[in-house]
Design a protein around this ligand. Structure first.
Ligand code: GLA
Length: 368
């Protein structure tokens, strides 16, 4: 899907001058480690958010989404951004932060089209933020590199939208292309793009249970990690190693288990990178399962539907590993299928899940 310029013209009476997009993401491993200043390894999915833009010579912004809200544009003035607690906050957040950081932008007419499902744990928010920021960057030739753009998108989400997220999603949406995983140190923002070998065959299935990161649970987990780090005398849980786990486990419940997840998950990211680089898919699959168990039991961010998807995947001979991906409390699973097995695994897991859960899963990868 791309944006049809005639649709833009029908809305605004002129053609768009800029057409950009940004992908959704699936995290391979390294969950809830980014705001603990640790490691992550996400990659991008084929679903994307597209933004078309025509600059205006006043300070008015008009924006239409092809997916929600009909044809009547939402309108605001630059400087007059006010959260409405819907998708328009991501657009408003970007213009607010751009202007706040001294970038000279004018008003604009915008059309957004997206195939990244909302609430699926696949970063529809980061895709919209990054695509919107790219549109303004291109329209005004802003001197904004891809890392700076990702940081700006994150600030729009934390400061304007009010979701206390880490930097993983915006970084991968801004930096990675198809079949590239981003190995990121969330403390220093040092990163390496790793080309995924063709044997890494991913399946991504949305459970149909929607989550929201501005809501309480994500915030609670962050606060628990901060309390655990403070009690253990470190700046962030990233500073702990396996040797510190017994000390962490002596903290009041559930702080020890939260810390143990972060420490073991950071190690799993490093092991996963090594496994990919030596082509050891069996080991990568084992790490997926171990990550899932840790998220389910120690970090407690899974839900029964997600556990069911992982268990169904585990019972498939064509699968190396599976885990909850993204923030949790619903969303999607990522499955590492044996080469050539992805489409069949996806179909079988989906139909068993639909039958047993009474919900309808959606297969995002491989694309239908
Ligand atoms: C959400 C946040 C990320 C990260 C993940 C959990 O996707 O946006 O920053 O914390 O949850 O790994």
């Amino acid at each position: 899907m791309t944006i049809d310029p005639s649709r833009f013209e029908a809305l605004y009476g002129r053609r768009p001058e800029v057409r950009v997009s940004a992908p959704g993401r699936v995290n391979l491993i390294g969950e809830h480690t980014d705001y603990n200043e640790g490691f992550v390894l996400p990659t991008v999915i084929p679903q994307r958010t597209h933004v078309a833009l025509a600059p205006r010579d006043d300070r008015q912004v008009r924006v239409v989404s092809g997916q929600v809200g009909g044809d009547a544009p939402f309108e605001y003035r630059l400087g007059g951004e006010r959260p409405r607690h819907d998708w328009t906050d991501y657009v408003q957040g970007v213009t607010r932060v751009l202007a706040g950081e001294g970038f000279a932008i004018a008003g604009a007419d915008l059309l957004v089209e997206s195939t990244v499902p909302v609430g699926s744990g696949l970063s529809s928010s980061a895709a919209l933020l990054v695509a919107t920021a790219r549109a303004f960057r291109e329209a005004h030739a802003l001197p904004l590199g891809d890392v700076a753009l990702a940081r700006l998108a994150q600030r729009a989400e934390t400061d304007f939208v009010g979701a206390p997220v880490g930097i993983m999603d915006q970084m991968v949406c801004s930096l990675a292309s198809d079949r590239e995983a981003l190995f990121l140190d969330a403390r220093t923002l040092d990163y390496r793009l790793i080309t995924l070998p063709p044997e890494v065959e991913l399946v991504v299935i949305n459970s149909g249970v929607a989550h929201q990161h501005s809501s309480g649970d994500y915030r609670t987990r962050r606060a628990e990690c901060e309390r655990a780090a403070a009690a253990l005398g470190v700046a962030a849980l990233r500073d702990l190693g396996a040797d510190d786990v017994p000390r962490a486990m002596a903290l009041p419940e559930p702080l020890g288990r939260r810390a143990r997840h972060v420490v073991t998950e950071d190690d799993r990211v490093l092991e996963a990178v090594a496994a990919i680089e030596r082509g050891d898919l069996v080991e990568l699959g084992r790490l997926f399962y171990a990550s899932h168990v840790s998220m389910r039991d120690d970090y407690e961010v899974s839900v029964p539907e997600i556990d069911l998807l992982v268990e169904l995947a585990r019972s498939e001979p064509g699968v190396h590993g599976a885990r909850l991906t993204g923030g949790g409390f619903g969303g999607s699973v990522v499955i590492l299928a044996r080469p050539g097995e992805g489409r069949r695994v996806a179909g079988r897991v989906k139909s068993a899940y639909d039958r047993q859960s009474g919900r309808a899963a959606t297969v995002l990868v491989p694309e239908p």
